[in-house]
Write a protein that binds this ligand. Sequence first.
Ligand code: NAP
Ligand code: FE
Length: 362
Amino acid sequence: MNFFLPTQIITGKGCVKASADKIAALGKKCLIVTGKSSAKKCGALEDVISTLESKNIQYYIYDKIEQNPTIKSCIDGGMLARHFSADFIIGIGGGSPLDASKAIAVLAANEITENDLYSMNWKNEPLKVIAIGTTAGTGSEVTQVAVITASDGRKKSFRANSVFPVLCLGDASYTEFMPDSVTRSTAIDALSHCIESYFCKTSNDISRTVAKRGIEIIYNVFRGIVKGKKIDFEMRENLYLASLYGGISISVTGTAFPHALGYFLTEKYSVPHGTACAVYLPEFIRYNEKNAECIYRELFEDIDDEELIGLIKAIAPKADVKVNEDVFKEVYPRWINNSCLSKMYGDITADSLDKIVRKCVK
Ligand code: NAP
Ligand code: FE
């Protein structure tokens, strides 16, 4: 077994201000990385600023991170951090600003090319990153992965232990400001991480235990929503915890075919990340019922699998896309030697992935 999680996780209302000493221990100059407006709207930016000011830490706010962050914004951010002589980075946001913070942390310490970033070819230790989540989805706060849109428009990731955030400050009250569609899409992303990781051959007992707990939590929250319950703070806290459990699980295994097949829907049709995973998640569950019988039964001891599939369909926003034959052909080469293939139970090939895409994307 191999399990490594160097991130200190502190959750609960008010945890940012309560962690002032830990933040101050990282240095005297901080680059704050956010998206366009949500960090302000949800109150997280204000909490960070007052905490930094209380400790006389200088800061600069870089608020140019777009959804599915581009390599260009990360390179610009890296340059800014270098010129400002930032000692550390605080990323505030959903997965986009958090992933961008990891790339910026590398690019601040290393003047390297895009290719070097993706191939983890750098010498200097990246700056330390504090991750403050404002969505309950990606779990990027606790992963060593960053997904950054490359110059060719493709979503590509890099994975390095040195970009695990040193500190995750998880205050679910920030997530109360998410629009309903973002709440749903990001919750499905978290669920997808847990389910995909659970069924990877690379999982271990720790990752499966954590993933199973994440699935149970989200299953219960979704049941409440479908029965008409308003999403209250307790449900928000539960969703946020489950998103961390998803992150912890994929930090061990990476993701499987719902993620791999979902990226082109985001790149070409702007389908939000979690919604893109939801397109394939029911099929993924059915696939593993046939191919990973033993661990499948263990997962679905106390959870009704058909009910879970129904909940996913009821909760996920609809991905309204029409994919034509040219696009199916264009993306086919991505399925050849796709890294998810070797992690899956059963006999799965590029052709199987092509069939799944054609079946699920209507
Ligand atoms: P996101 O792209 O970070 O944000 C989506 C939208 O929600 C943005 O418009 C954002 O606004 C808004 N938003 C965020 N928090 C909000 C809040 N509290 N209140 C109101 N609006 C809020 O969404 P995400 O789903 O969290 O992240 C998706 C990205 O993460 C993708 O690029 C995906 O590939 C990546 N990902 C990474 C990992 C990993 O392990 N590193 C895992 C899965 C996915 P602003 O733009 O104003 O902030
Ligand atoms: Fe994801």
